[in-house]
Design a protein around this ligand. Structure first.
Ligand code: AMP
Length: 359
């Protein structure tokens, strides 16, 4: 076990070298830490701003041993890293946060919603199925129309389809690849919101103001924060975050996606056991952003303040939209964050811009 709080000069491991890893590495550097990035792709966005990079599969034994030789504390920047890799690192004496339970629960939409309901957090009604007949039965139980999602490995709206009639359920199950699914009742939401929160190694919890999120084709386009919400909704979001964080004995930053219903009540759609795209506004809207907060939490440092010092409109720059960098750079009240990705493929998250707004 490393001695915590971890002193500046130590090295932090990050599984995953995408933009979230890059912004974690930058925040870590500001606090005096080095980072070592493990990613299967060479030249990843995070590796280019880190002290060390290991290019290998996440379950590569030698790579995990090499990471453990550098880092006493490690984290991950996306939720599909194998739980076995986290277990292996822990066996090698590396303190990995968030822990394997949070990761495992977040990897399976059925386990996730089951955990949430058990922790007293409301979701839409849902049922699991792992066969075409089971899918028909699950849609019968939940009621059509219903949304069928693969239990594992869906993201940004991928791996999910609407089932209009129970009779279509078997065909939709096959179209999704025949893998185990969850069937969800439709959430009649008025808005999509999210809450970013953190829990420290001492159990302290810090919750950021809510963000209002707008998606297109399942991908986040725009967040407005702090979202205008009632005091009751803000209090409910905080209660939800506290229940999830304590229920998972969580350490680090979490992103919780919420549906706001017409009556103002909140349901949880899902949570990500990591820093989150809808929390990028905190970089320019808060004194301590989600990336520094995560580094503080996993290193055993005190959590920082989470109140908004500015309003922010965050725009994701997808694909060729990042070519407009000069225009955004010329806006005095915009802060540009680019990820250094070489190839602006359509839809790829290339950067974001935080437009500053009065509170
Ligand atoms: P997810 O992959 O679960 O984050 O879902 C992607 C998007 O699909 C969400 O941001 C919602 O816009 C929509 N969505 C997901 N689940 C539901 C649901 N049960 N009812 C209505 N819309 C949903």
């Amino acid at each position: 076990m490393p001695s915590l709080p971890l002193a500046p000069g130590a090295t932090l491991g990050v599984l995953g070298g995408g933009q979230l890893g890059r912004m974690l590495a930058l925040a870590a550097a500001r606090l005096g830490f080095d980072t070592v990035i493990l990613d299967p792709e060479p030249d990843s966005p995070a590796a280019r701003v880190a002290a060390h990079a290991i290019v290998a599969a996440y379950d590569d034994e030698a790579a995990l041993a090499e990471l453990a030789a550098h880092a006493q504390v490690a984290t991950y920047e996306f939720e599909n890293v194998p739980v076995a890799a986290v277990d292996r690192l822990r066996a090698l004496g590396v303190e990995v946060a968030p822990g394997p339970r949070a990761l495992a629960v977040a990897q399976d939409r059925f386990d996730e919603k089951t955990f949430l309901n058990g922790a007293g957090v409301a979701t839409v009604a849902f049922a699991a199925a792992d066969s075409p007949e089971g899918a028909v039965e699950a849609v019968g139980r939940v009621g059509a129309p219903a949304l069928m999602k693969t239990r594992r490995e869906g993201y940004d709206g991928k791996g999910q389809r609407w089932v209009e009639h129970a009779a279509d359920a078997a065909a939709v199950f096959q179209a999704l690849g025949g893998a185990p699914v969850i069937v969800e009742a439709p959430a009649a939401f008025a808005r999509e919101l999210s809450v970013i929160a953190a829990r420290g190694r001492d159990g302290a919890i810090a919750v950021y103001p809510l963000a209002e999120n707008h998606h297109a084709q399942g991908v986040l386009r725009r967040s407005l924060a702090p979202a205008r919400v009632s005091a009751a909704a803000a209090a409910q979001a905080e209660r939800i975050a506290v229940r999830i964080l304590t229920g998972l004995d969580y350490v680090g930053v979490i992103g919780v996606e919420l549906f706001e219903l017409a009556d103002g009540g909140l349901l949880v759609n899902e949570f990500a056991p990591r820093v989150h795209n809808t929390g990028h506004w905190t970089q320019d809207g808060c004194a301590v952003d989600q990336f520094e907060q995560h580094i503080r939490a996993i290193a055993g440092w005190p959590l920082g303040p989470t109140d908004a010092v500015r309003g922010v409109e965050m725009l994701n720059l997808l694909g060729h939209e990042a070519h407009d960098w000069a225009r955004y750079a010329a806006e005095p009240d915009s802060r540009l964050h680019l990820y250094g990705k070489r190839d602006a493929k359509p839809g790829r998250k290339m950067g974001h811009v935080n437009r500053l707004r009065p509170l």
